[in-house]
Ligand binder design. Structure first.
Ligand code: PLP
Length: 374
């Protein structure tokens, strides 16, 4: 099956619009993974080990040059978030944005939740008040995975600095748009390879130089004692090879706007969550009142279009979206459309056509127990 390639002029090709779940693998990343499969252990002192070490350090340098900070390799975004929350949160109160990804919420189960405004951006006045008291760790994601909404990180970082708080940001989705640790002002940031077009199972925590970090996983002292375990060279080299060109997503904004314009023209009742806030260029979350997200996703899948509900459990079942809930919107009826790096130019047109047909059919069928509480 081909994901979101060009040439969608031929009928019958599937349309992949779920990049925020996983971007299609980039050819350069695939090649880097294959080349690295034969490499040795980067901790070995012999020549084979030194060759592996050199490749690993080259990958680290690529990521550091692009995103900034000291790079600690992990198994993905979930582990990078957990490492930051556990290490920086020790002995501190933990405050997390109410629209954070489950990876952060699970790592800080007892955290206090910072509300967001109706447009999905962090409520900085509320955060300011919540920072009264003992030193805190604040977790504020750079861009939301469901709505694409950016938090105002520089302002958040300034507030944290003034109050002696540390700031961790989940930059897993924002990285495709040129995230920089230094520009964000955060102390640490989580990245994930497969959200950039790299392989699954690789990620990194970017750490402000000089910041001490206790490991979550001990062991052989890898990653300068900050993450035990032999580094997964093929996945990590694929990660570095997937780093996108700056400005690559610019053309996606026009495609995303085309989708939203098409939806608005067809369905005045549809709401674009966070539509007025600064957002990722590739993402739109469309709330269609009265039609459960799961039903929409299945209907579109059968029509050849891969999208997702705002929130999905690992079981594949669709959950109510805590993000939409926090924004005061219908939490059961949000459909996320996220354009991949290789989206075909006619993707907006094809999507709007399929979405319009889906809406017309499901609206006719809508009745009784099949509807959401709106
Ligand atoms: N953070 C955000 C914002 C995400 O979207 C995801 C993945 O869905 C993660 C963290 C987890 O990343 P990974 O799949 O690499 O563990």
């Amino acid at each position: 099956m081909t994901w979101g390639r060009a040439a969608s002029t031929s009928c019958g090709l599937r349309l992949f619009l779920d990049a925020n779940a996983s971007e299609p693998l980039r050819p350069a990343a695939r090649e880097a993974v294959l080349r690295a499969l034969e490499l040795g252990n980067p901790s070995s002192v012999h020549a084979e080990g030194r060759a592996a070490r050199a490749a690993l350090e080259q990958a680290r340098a690529t990521l550091a040059a692009r995103f900034g900070g000291e790079v600690v390799f992990t198994s993905g975004g979930t582990e990078a978030n957990a490492l930051a929350v556990r290490a920086l949160g020790a002995g501190r109160r933990i405050l997390v944005g109410s629209t954070e990804h489950a990876a952060v919420l699970a790592a800080a189960a007892d955290a206090e939740r910072v509300p967001v405004l109706r447009d999905g951006t962090l409520d900085l006045a509320a955060l300011d008040q919540m920072l009264d008291g003992p030193p805190a760790l604040v977790c504020a994601m750079a861009a939301n995975n469901e709505t694409g909404v950016f938090h105002a990180l520089r302002e958040t970082a300034a507030l944290c600095r003034a109050r002696g708080a540390l700031l961790h940001t989940d930059a897993v989705q924002a990285a495709r748009e040129g995230f920089s640790l230094a520009e964000s002002g955060a102390d640490t940031a989580a990245l994930s390879a497969h959200k950039l077009g790299g392989p699954k199972g690789a990620g990194a925590l970017l750490v402000r130089p000089g910041l001490a970090l206790a490991p979550l996983i001990g062991g052989g002292g890898q990653e300068r004692g900050r993450r035990g375990g032999t580094e997964a060279l093929p996945a990590l080299l694929g990660f570095a090879a997937a780093v996108p060109e700056r400005g690559e997503t610019a053309c996606l904004a026009a495609m995303r706007d085309g989708i939203e314009a098409g939806i608005r023209a067809l369905a005045p009742e549809a709401v674009i969550a966070g539509g007025a806030a600064p957002r990722l260029a590739n993402t739109t979350l469309v709330v269609l009142p009265g039609i459960p997200a799961e039903t929409q996703v299945i209907a579109l899948d059968l029509a050849g279009v891969a999208v997702s509900a705002g929130a999905a459990c690992s079981s594949g079942r669709v959950a109510r979206s805590h993000v939409l809930e926090a924004m005061g919107l219908d939490a059961a009826c949000g459909l996320r459309v996220s354009l991949p790096w290789n989206a075909a130019v006619d993707a907006p047109e094809r999507f709007v056509e399929a979405w319009g047909a889906m809406r017309a059919r499901l609206s006719r069928r809508r009745a009784g127990s099949a509807t959401c509480a709106t």
